[in-house]
Design a protein around this ligand. Sequence first.
Ligand SMILES: [Zn+2]
Length: 587
Amino acid sequence: MQTDEFYYDLQEMIEYAESLPPTKRSVLKFAAKIFDPIGFVTPFTVILKILFQCLCTTNVNWDDPLEREQLNRWKRLVKEFRTLNQVHVPRCYFQVRENLSRTHQLHGFSDVSDKALAAVVYLRTVHDNGDVDVSLVASKTRVAPIKSQTTPRLELMGALLLARLIKSIVCALRSLKVSPEVILWTDSFTTLCWIKNNRAWKSFIQSRVKEIRELTSEYEWRHCPGECNPADLPSRGCTGGELSECDRWWKGPLFLSKPPENWPVDPQPTRNDQAQASLELLKNPPLVTHSLSGPARSTNSVIIIEKIIDIGRYSSKIKLLRITARVLRFINRVRKKSFDLLSLKLTADEVHEAEVLWIRRIQSSVFSEEMRCIRSGRFNVRVKQLGLFLDDDEIIRCEGRISESHVPDSAKQPILLPPKHQFTEMVVRDCHNIVHHDGIRETLNCIRGTYWILRGRETVKKIVRKCVSCRKFEGKPFATPKDPPLAVSRVSDEPPFTNTGMDFAGPTYVSNTQPTQKAYICLFTCASTRAVHLELVDSLSAPSFLQAFRRFSSRRGLPARLLSDNAKTFKSASKEVTKILRSAEVR
Ligand SMILES: [Zn+2]
């Protein structure tokens, strides 16, 4: 392999173009057949685009033969197409020089003519020894809009084309972990003035400037003289022959291969340029104000309080209302509605106003449908069922059936609240505290003095169940652990009293003697059958126990194991028995 470069083999395309009849359809067919995604030959292809746009504006039918002038342009185009064969583009952006590190810059240029807009981007690589490589990365063209625009406006559209192109290139390079410095050049002072000045331009300018500022930084934009601008070529178009020879196109303007000191400096814009830019200023720019709430009107109804205060941050209703009242006081002061707030303390009216505001906001967001139906008088199940209506404060209330009773008015017409809302939760907790953590029914009664919560009992139950104080008092102790399995001796299939437990019960009193005597019951029980054998003993002494045991064993047989509570009597009896067993007579 001798070289690594792109080149065009266009023989087939040329034959195809020559076979086409000279019509509008052929121009489009041919233009659509050219695939140049990087934009190497945009200075040539743009001529084709311009010709097609020209045909579109002159109302030529698709299959009509072209008129003389346009026919000549078409023929010239096909002929010049051949010259693109001479174009060779190296695939490498820069030569790798061993042991040298490099820095990269992207230089974008935009330019326009009355026919087309163009943008072109170069990669400038500076090696550590000062060598510079510049190569074409991509270019893009658009035909100028059919509706004629002033040249400065076209220049701005060109700048936007460049901003979009450079953004896509920067994104592509980022995936290769290269983030070069970006410098963008335009030869229009007016465009620079629009991009760099944040003023109230007319909407055509404003929207494009906004997008350019989002895609690029205003500090990346610089001015370059028109004669150095390589984007001039695709904005006007040139022949294939010119293109293959044109160093300015393939290598960028001459200044790019020089150090930055030799680059064009930003000259001061002339008075004419400034005047041109100012032409696009809005006559009556809107006054920009930063508002905490909605637009000012006479009532607080437009204050979107939930955007100012995050209700989720508060657990107590009164705290929320006090903070809201403070915020409202601030808003009123800023709006200069009232100056007579001499006291630092909040008044009851202010807290009430805060509550009304919150309820109104909650109702208008949750019960918007009901609100519409009440206002328009349309039928709605819930409105009918609960007898909903709007009071003087624009709050939805329920019309119950107790209007004739002597309860307060707020209980006769309670305020409607949704079941699932932080504010409702606060109301429930508040009432639960008022009734001193009494049950669900009492809490609900307290709530219904002012509010009507949809699915109230269920909601209250859910919230009260979570109440820590109630849980502390009503909670059950820890459950006793599960009983362990019975011992083998308790469940084995053996004769009764093989394993025997024993204990004393009593005292009992024997009345047939004077004075009455104490007596005890010695109790033997079988561990597996729970059969019981009782012996009466006159004292808890070891001898009387041994006697009782002797009677027991004579009657029931000698147990294999005896279980006791280790009382002193049993211990001394055990010693006694051991002594007897070890005595010489027994042995
Ligand atoms: Zn409680």
